[in-house]
Design a binder for this molecule. Structure first.
Ligand code: PEP
Length: 255
């Protein structure tokens, strides 16, 4: 059994106003309390506008507060941007970086992602670095080349591996209902692990892309998969918690 503690992370993306966010955070925190002790880490990453309110609800809970994206600078003349120390100041423990919606929607490069990883780790945050191929890259047989380039360039030198999590998220699987077969997920995770060199065996690698309560079982039983990053299905506490429970069963029953 792997000694890597699974992580189940919720990416709320740009969803939720104050009232919905509070309700969802409360429901997740109550589910975590009734399932305690947890055999995995749970992270909830609301939009920045909800960081403070969700953080207040999660205080004292085993659910970790996370956030989405940052700029590399700690402060300064960056109108509309938010920095890693700002999220840490609100109690965030983790940050999603290099998501495909940033890479492809905002032209973010792997080199920029690496700068953000450095800034977030300097602020004490766990960095969840997303990598993954597009549908065109998959069809062209370039998955291995894309993952190699993204992992090599997005993970900075001297990274703190205890604060590094990689999320393998094929872009074509995000929000589409499509997914790679589990053996392809395992192959991608093994490649990513090997690219990480000596730290590979200890770094958690999550899968993300259309994970829901009905399909998580085929992924959670793969030992190579150290958890999941969940978008759409994390917006309902019941579906998010069923996904988390799939890992609770795997880890606790194997212990
Ligand atoms: C995501 O955007 O990180 C994600 C995995 O989304 P979904 O679960 O909706 O595919």
């Amino acid at each position: 059994m792997s000694s890597r503690r699974p992580m189940i992370a919720a990416n709320w993306k740009m969803n939720g106003l104050l009232a919905d966010g509070r309700l969802l955070a409360r429901a997740v925190s109550e589910a975590a309390a009734s399932a305690a002790p947890l055999c995995f880490d749970v992270v909830v990453c609301p939009p920045a506008t909800l960081t403070y309110a969700v953080g207040e609800i999660l205080k004292g809970s085993s659910v970790l507060l996370g956030a989405q994206d940052c700029v590399a600078a700690p402060q300064g003349a960056f109108t509309g941007d938010l920095s890693a120390p700002m999220f840490a100041d609100l109690g965030a423990k983790a940050l999603i970086l290099g998501h495909s919606e940033r890479r492809h929607g905002h032209g973010e490069t792997s080199v920029q992602v690496a700068e953000k990883v450095k800034a977030a780790q300097a602020a004490g945050l766990i960095t969840i670095v997303c990598v993954g191929e597009t549908a065109a890259e998959l069809d062209a047989g370039c998955t291995k080349a894309v993952l190699t380039q993204q992992v090599r360039e997005s993970v900075p030198e001297n990274v703190d591996s205890s604060k590094l999590v990689i999320a393998y998220e094929p872009v074509w699987a995000i929000g589409t209902g499509r997914q790679p077969v589990p053996s392809d997920v395992v192959t991608a995770h093994q490649l990513i692990r090997s690219l990480l060199g000596p730290m590979g065996p200890t770094v958690r690698i999550l899968y993300g892309g259309s994970v829901n309560a009905a399909n998580v079982g085929s992924i959670s039983c793969e030992k190579e998969v150290d958890g999941v990053l969940v978008g759409g299905a994390s917006l309902k506490a019941e579906s998010f918690w069923s996904i988390a429970e799939s890992f609770q069963k795997r880890v606790c029953l194997a212990a």
